[in-house]
Design a protein around this ligand. Structure first.
Ligand code: SF4
Ligand code: SF4
Length: 99
C-alpha cells in the first residue's frame, strides 16, 4: 500500500502521520500536546467512570472522573508529529493515510 506523501524543502520524501487516536486510559490530561499544536485539532474533555466523554461545560451532574485530551477536529491535522513527540505517556496513535 502506498501512503500520501509530500516532499521536504530539499526534495526528500515525507510521509505525514496524522493523529488518529488518544487513549483515555493512558492520557493524564497534562495538555502538553495541546500547547504545541497550531491547528486546533485537540480539546480537553471530561471522562466519566462509564467511559464516556463529557464536555466540562455540560457536566451538570458531576459525572466527570478525570480530564483527558480528545480529538475535536481531526481534519485539521497536518501530521507534523509535534504532539506525539511531547506526550510522555504514549497515549497517542499516529498513522499515515493511503494515497
Ligand atoms: S500531528 Fe501536528 S497538527 Fe496533528 S494534532 Fe499533532 S501537533 Fe497538531
Ligand atoms: S501530552 Fe499525552 S498525556 Fe498529555 S494531554 Fe496530550 S495525550 Fe494526554
Amino acid at each position: 500500500m502506498s501512503f500520501r506523501q509530500f516532499t521536504t524543502r530539499d526534495g526528500s520524501v515525507w510521509i505525514p502521520k496524522y493523529l488518529t487516536k488518544i487513549s483515555a486510559e493512558l492520557c493524564i490530561g497534562c495538555g502538553r500536546c495541546f500547547k504545541v499544536c497550531t491547528h486546533s485539532v485537540m480539546k480537553l474533555m471530561g471522562f466519566s467512570e462509564e467511559g464516556e466523554y463529557i464536555d466540562p461545560e455540560e457536566d451538570d451532574d458531576g459525572e466527570i472522573e478525570k480530564t483527558v485530551m480528545a480529538i475535536a477536529n481531526e481534519g485539521n491535522c497536518i501530521g507534523c508529529g509535534a504532539c506525539f513527540a511531547v506526550c510522555g505517556t504514549k497515549a497517542q496513535t499516529h498513522e499515515p493515510v493511503p494515497a
